[in-house]
Design a protein around this ligand. Structure first.
Ligand code: NAD
Length: 194
């Protein structure tokens, strides 16, 4: 059977690099697209010689390089830690909006499945604990976290619109705080649970 060809945007980041590793182990061909805004080549350096792995330096908010075949798009590209999105507010809004539309466009062009890495931050300052998926959240569109929260809320809306309008096969993963090897020390993620 032919290998699944998977595009991982933000693949040189903390979560993305583990995902690239796992997908290669599962037999996927993996294109890791990253502009290294917050990610590092070191995160995927050990994969560079692996058969089926390709690292592409590109900004997901710009027109994306053409690909022969894409079966699955995993869209992770976005600053994610509070320190990063505070330092990169416009870039964060662009990654969630233009970047998501571009990644959805790739999935649509290739008839690929699309999965968005969303976040528990779409619930804002939740009034319900724990948050079920049916809870719509309590967000502040002009607060200090708004560039991230609203970008991800837009990204979710764009994903669902493509599903409803174009019949795209989509998924949304609302990731909660994740910890592990390759996190950058002092990247600010711990602040969200203080
Ligand atoms: N780590 C967590 O606890 C957590 C929680 C919820 C959601 N998420 C989501 O998971 C995804 C990955 O998060 P992470 O913790 O690995 O963060 P990270 O900063 O380590 O990884 C994000 C990657 O996206 C890349 N990127 C950013 N803007 C880009 C652009 N315009 N074009 C191309 N690449 C770009 C960065 O260079 C980086 O490699 C993000 O979408 C984030 O919102 C993470």
């Amino acid at each position: 059977m032919a290998h699944t060809s998977t595009l991982v945007t933000g693949g040189a980041g903390f979560v993305g690099s583990h995902l690239c590793e796992r997908l290669l182990a599962l037999g996927h061909r993996v294109t890791c697209l990253d502009n290294f805004a917050t990610g590092r080549t070191e995160n995927v350096a050990h994969l560079l010689d692996t058969d089926g792995f390709e690292l592409v330096e590109a900004d997901v908010t710009e027109p994306l390089p053409a690909a022969d075949r894409v079966d699955l798009v995993l869209h992770l590209a976005s600053p994610a830690s509070p320190l990063d999105y505070a330092a990169l507010p416009i870039e964060t809004l662009r990654a969630g909006s233009l970047g998501t539309l571009n990644a959805l466009g790739v999935a649509r062009d290739h008839g690929a499945r699309f999965v968005l890495a969303s976040t528990s931050e779409v619930y804002g300052d939740p009034l319900v604990h724990p948050q079920p998926e049916t809870y719509w959240g309590n967000t502040n569109p002009i607060g200090p976290r708004s560039v991230y929260d609203e970008a991800k809320r837009f990204a979710e809306a764009a994903t669902v619109a493509h599903r409803r309008t174009h019949g795209l096969r989509t998924g949304i993963a609302r990731i909660f705080n994740t910890f592990g090897p390759r996190m950058r020390p002092g990247d600010g993620l711990l602040r969200t649970i203080e």
